[in-house]
Write a protein that binds this ligand. Sequence first.
Ligand SMILES: [Cu+2]
Length: 380
Amino acid sequence: MTTTGILLLAILILGFLITFQIAKASEYVSVLKGEKKAFEQNNRINAFLMVVFLVLGLVGVWWCNKMLYPKTLMPYPAASEHGKNIDTMLMITIAITGIVFVITQVLLFWFAFKYQHSEKRTAFYYPHNNKLEVLWTTVPAIALCVLVGFGLFYWFRMTGDAPENAMQVEITGKQFGWIYRYPGKDNTFGKKYYRNIDEATGNQLGLLWTDTTIIKKDRDNNPVGEAKLKADPAGFDDLVDNTAMYLVKGVPVKLIINSRDVIHDVGLPHFRLKMDAVPGTPTTMWFTPQYTTEEMKKITNNPKFEYEISCDQMCGNGHYSMRGVIKVVTPEEFILWKAKMKPAYAIAFPAPEAAKPAADSTGAAAGVKDTLKTVASSHK
Ligand SMILES: [Cu+2]
């Protein structure tokens, strides 16, 4: 037995002895004072303690709330349009349950004090009342139905079809981190196949960059046939990144959520959203960021503020390290960032120097400016 074990056992035995001694002592007191007097005294003390518990308990609730409230996300506005609705729903739920909590606690302890044992009173036998039963079953049931109804409504909206002008971002969970993918100029994600995943060649997602032949095998590893997969040119311009997810303020974003290995969960606390990342079953949700990261730094008065992606599913022993970052930027900043990014295909298969067009910085800059104008006009 360890020292801690012995110590715990000693404390337990000591506690038992003290309780036993107190019980014995109060027994002697009642013998000395007389049964009746001792009972009356205990009755009064217990009734008084009920009021003490009530007051201390309510003060404790208020104090904990005051202390911990600034540490929650509640003092700051939700960073998405959906989030505002979720916050309203949460506040209504807290208000209803809060009122019920205070009323029931006050009644419970106050009644225990007020109706303490007395010689002058006899208990009234009141076993059943149909009206009351119906009332306290239907009222909470209706209140819960309304709350659940609102919850379902918001859930269907956020998992439903994204608006026409939504940008698409694919986020894939892996042990332990996130992979972000953006469609290139064609605005289409290239096809991928999990057996093509190869970190060594930079193909983190298993994109179909070349024609591949897959040998199908049975349980005993004997080849039973083959499948030919054609390279998908739509994936040649896809941008793949691990550092941060870039989103644009005011532009709806449709997240396509995947996992490469086990079940992860894309948790976006500032946007009040979360969704499981399931291997083999892509899930989606959409939202519209309301404030850029820079604006949020001012709102939260925290110069180090970053939007966070947390993995909300225990996914292995590196789970804690899955904190991802979202950068919400202006349309102009987004285009500049995208222009700087190189497609994963181009990184894996660098074109020979001679084949590259001559460096034309003015041309590239003009291209970016043109796109800036288009984005600025389409999001006004
Ligand atoms: Cu995870």
